[in-house]
Design a protein around this ligand. Structure first.
Ligand code: SAM
Length: 280
């Protein structure tokens, strides 16, 4: 069976039919314009027959675009049970392409989801993320045991800029270093607050993250988290002082990094050398 979404009511009508209103505690700001959600799906792909995990489908605007895409399967993980009847209608219309799972994305094991619902295939992640848990979810996907094939994620603009920031900029910090130690990160789309229903207080942006060919081993990533927490915890101080607890100037020398420099000018590779130096 193929996906036939043409007979589905417009998203606004679906929400009204099911009596659904956005809940602030779940970070709910909906995208109801399919032209926008199709663009997000396009900028996050191509998926080339792989599975897409969508976190927080809500009323299903982005989900519809993903079901129409070149993904073979879409697994949508939603925590708010109120949306399940509406999403199950979409799953039915998808001809088996969409699976809806009621779960907390912070706790879910993505590899198990893929094994259970898509035969263990590789998976992409696409999400208009709930703002209150966007950063912990990103860190889970960057440093956890499951490795997404690629990610297209909507964040508050300020967070998106911090993920994709380059050394020397104010936005450059822990999130940029950890993201870019594992992936390339690029802001691919900006969206004003008025694009959402209800509009949030701030603008948003989509970041595309593509994994680098090799990923630092688990222990190195853990060390990178420790080094960047110390270095950016006191970002105006020289590394010899901010990294004192981890070895200070001696650690910097071992890693070939200038101990008199401040964290914000050290490229990702420098932080990786510092992380490795804490382990040897
Ligand atoms: N994708 C929809 C859209 O673009 O219109 C909704 C996006 S809304 C910003 C975030 C969605 O994530 C909501 O549907 C919310 O219920 C859901 N959500 C919030 N916390 C979650 C969690 N921990 N796990 C799974 N879904 C969550």
């Amino acid at each position: 069976m193929s996906a036939d979404l043409d007979h589905l009511p417009p998203l606004r009508e679906s929400l009204a039919d099911h009596g659904l209103l956005a809940k602030k505690s779940f970070g709910q700001h909906f995208l109801l314009d399919l032209n926008v959600t199709r663009k997000i799906a396009r900028l996050s792909g191509p998926f080339e027959g792989r599975t897409v995990i969508e976190v927080g489908p809500g009323p299903g605007g982005l989900t519809r675009a993903l079901v129409e895409s070149d993904a073979s399967k879409v697994i949508a993980v939603e925590k708010d049970a109120r949306f399940l009847p509406l999403l199950n209608e979409l799953a039915e219309a998808s001809g088996g392409k969409l699976v809806v799972v009621e779960a907390d994305a912070l706790k879910v094991d993505e590899q198990t989801l893929l094994t259970e619902h898509a035969g263990g295939a590789e998976g992409h992640l696409v999400s208009n993320l709930p703002y209150n848990v966007g950063t912990p979810l990103l860190l889970k996907w960057l440093t956890g045991p499951w490795r997404p094939h690629g990610m297209g994620l909507m964040f508050q603009k300020e967070v998106a800029d911090r993920v994709a920031a380059e050394p020397g900029s104010d936005a450059y910090g822990r999130l940029a270093v950890i993201s870019q130690a594992v992936c390339t990160a690029r802001v691919v789309m900006d969206l004003p607050a008025r694009a959402f229903t209800p509009p949030p207080k701030v603008a948003s942006a989509v970041v595309r993250l593509d994994p680098l060919p090799s990923r630092p081993p688990e222990a190195e990533l853990k060390a990178l988290e420790r080094v960047t927490a110390a270095a950016f915890g006191q970002r105006r101080k020289m590394l010899r002082s901010s990294l004192k607890q981890l070895g200070g100037a001696a650690l910097c020398e071992k890693a070939g990094v200038d101990a008199d420099a401040r964290a914000e000018v050290i490229p990702v590779e420098g932080f990786l050398r510092l992380a490795r130096a804490t382990l040897s």
